[in-house]
Design a protein around this ligand. Structure first.
Ligand code: SF4
Length: 402
C-alpha cells in the first residue's frame, strides 16, 4: 500500500495495521507524518489547549538488582553510592513540590531487595495522613513485580494492598520496548517480560487505577519492534481503556554499559507522530522535553503531542545518562504559548485545573533541577532497620552499625 493510500485511510479516521505503520515510518516524509499526526491531535483536542502538570520525579532508591545495561542510574546492592531516601527527606520534597504549585510525586526506584512491601505501605499511608489531597503516581510494573516476588505475594494482592495504602496511579516506566527479543538484549528480561508488564497494567486497570504508557526507543530495537510495542499498547487500551497518555523518549547512552549514539531530534518527531497515528485510542500524547530539550519539546506540539508533561523539580535517571534539560513553569508556558496553544495545568487524570499557577500567585522559579540526595546526606536512613533486610550486604552493613 502506498503512503498516499495509507494517509487517506488515516484522514478518514480509520485504524492502520502494523504493516501500514511500518510503510509510513519508512517512506513518509517527516512533513507528511507531522501533518497526519497534527490533524489527529486537532480532531481530539480542537480547543488548542496544551496541558502540563507540576510534579516531582523522585527516585526513592537507586539500589537495583535488575542491572539493565541501558541504565546509568542504578547502583548494586552494597554499593557505597547506593541510597534509600528517608521519610523526612521525602516529606521535605513534598513540601517543596506543594510550594511551587504541585500536587503529586512521580515516585519510582530501583529493585531494592531490602525494601519490603510494608515499607511502601507505611510510606504511602504516612503521606496520605499528612497530605490528604496529595497524589502518588508511583511504582512502575517491574517494581510491582519485584515487590510481588520479594514478598512472595501474587501481583493482584500487592496491587490491592498498595491501592489501599494510597497509590493513586501507576507510571508506565520499565516498558522500554515490549518485545522480549529486545528486553533480553537490554538485560531487562529478568525484571519483567513484555507479557508481565502488560499483565500488571491490566491488573492495575481492572482494580480501578489509570496509568500511563511509555516507550524507550533507539537502543537495539528495529522500527518493526517499535511498532509492535505500540500495537500491544493499543490492544490493551482497547480492552481496559486504562491508559491516560503515551510518552516516548529516546535512549540516553552516556555512562551506560550498552553505550551507543542517541538518535536525532527528527527521529524523535517521526516516532512521536507515528505513535499519535497508531495509538488511535489514546487521548493524550506527551512531549518529552526532558530528553529532547525545550525546543524539540515545543516542536512536538506540531507532531501530535497535546501535553508538555511535567514541570519537574527533580530528575535523577536521565541526568545520570548525561541529559539534564530543565524548564520551570514559566519556560513551559512560554513554549506552549509561542507555539500557538493555550497552556493549562492538569491533574494526573488529565482533568484541567486552571491557568499557569505563577499567574495566579507568586511561586518560586526553579532554574535548576534537584537531585535525590544532597551532598553529604546519610545514604541509608536509620528507619530502614525497622524492616527486615534480605540482602547479605545490607545485613552486614547493619551488623557493623549495631
Ligand atoms: S532501568 Fe530501572 S530496573 Fe533497570 S537497572 Fe535501572 S533502575 Fe534498575
Amino acid at each position: 500500500m502506498s503512503v498516499a493510500t495509507i494517509a487517506d485511510k488515516i484522514n478518514r479516521g480509520e485504524r492502520i495495521d502494523a504493516d501500514e505503520a511500518l510503510t509510513l515510518y519508512r517512506d513518509a516524509s517527516t512533513w507528511q507524518l507531522g501533518r497526519l499526526a497534527d490533524a489527529i491531535r486537532a480532531r481530539r483536542h480542537p480547543e488548542r489547549v496544551v496541558t502540563y502538570i507540576i510534579d516531582r520525579n523522585v527516585n526513592y532508591t537507586n539500589v537495583c538488582v535488575a542491572r539493565c545495561n541501558f541504565c546509568a542510574f542504578y547502583r548494586t546492592v552494597g554499593s557505597a553510592d547506593g541510597y534509600v531516601l528517608s521519610r523526612e527527606e521525602l516529606f521535605a520534597k513534598i513540601d517543596e513540590t506543594i510550594s511551587v504549585g504541585g500536587n503529586q510525586l512521580l515516585l519510582q526506584g530501583g529493585h531494592n531487595p531490602d525494601i519490603p512491601l510494608a515499607w511502601y505501605e507505611d510510606l504511602f499511608r504516612a503521606v496520605k495522613a499528612a497530605y490528604p489531597t496529595f497524589r502518588l503516581h508511583a511504582l512502575s510494573p517491574p517494581e510491582i513485580l519485584h515487590i510481588s516476588r520479594m514478598s512472595k505475594l501474587p501481583v493482584p494482592e500487592v496491587v490491592s494492598r498498595l491501592i489501599a495504602a494510597g497509590l493513586d496511579s501507576v507510571p508506565g516506566g520499565g516498558a522500554e520496548i515490549l518485545v522480549d527479543r529486545v528486553r533480553k538484549l537490554l538485560n531487562c528480561y529478568g525484571k519483567a517480560t513484555a507479557d508481565e508488564w502488560l499483565g500488571i497494567m491490566r491488573e492495575v486497570h481492572l482494580q480501578g487505577l489509570r496509568t500511563t504508557a511509555t516507550m524507550m526507543y533507539g537502543s537495539v530495537e528495529t522500527p518493526a519492534e517499535r511498532i509492535e510495542h505500540m500495537m500491544r499498547l493499543r490492544a490493551l487500551q482497547d480492552e481496559t481503556h486504562g491508559f491516560t497518555a503515551f510518552i516516548t523518549w529516546s535512549y540516553q547512552p552516556d555512562h551506560t554499559e550498552l553505550a551507543g549514539v542517541e538518535l536525532t531530534g527528527i527521529e524523535y518527531l517521526r516516532t512521536l507522530a507515528l505513535a499519535r497515528i497508531v495509538l488511535d485510542n489514546f487521548d493524550n500524547v506527551q512531549a518529552s522535553w526532558v530528553t529532547q530539550g525545550g525546543k524539540v519539546g515545543q516542536l512536538s506540539l506540531a507532531f501530535g503531542a497535546n501535553d508538555m508533561g511535567s514541570v519537574m523539580i527533580e530528575e535523577n535517571v536521565v541526568r545520570a545518562a548525561g541529559a539534564s534539560y530543565c524548564m520551570d513553569e514559566v519556560e513551559i508556558v512560554r513554549n506552549i504559548e509561542n507555539a500557538g496553544f493555550t497552556p493549562m495545568r492538569r491533574t494526573m487524570h488529565y482533568d484541567l485545573v486552571g491557568p499557569p499557577v505563577f499567574r495566579e500567585r507568586a511561586v518560586p522559579r526553579r532554574l535548576s533541577l534537584d537531585v535525590a540526595k544532597q551532598e553529604g546526606a546519610e545514604r541509608m536512613p536509620a528507619e530502614l532497620a525497622a524492616y527486615e533486610a534480605r540482602s547479605r550486604e545490607e545485613r552486614a552493613r547493619r551488623s557493623q552499625l549495631a
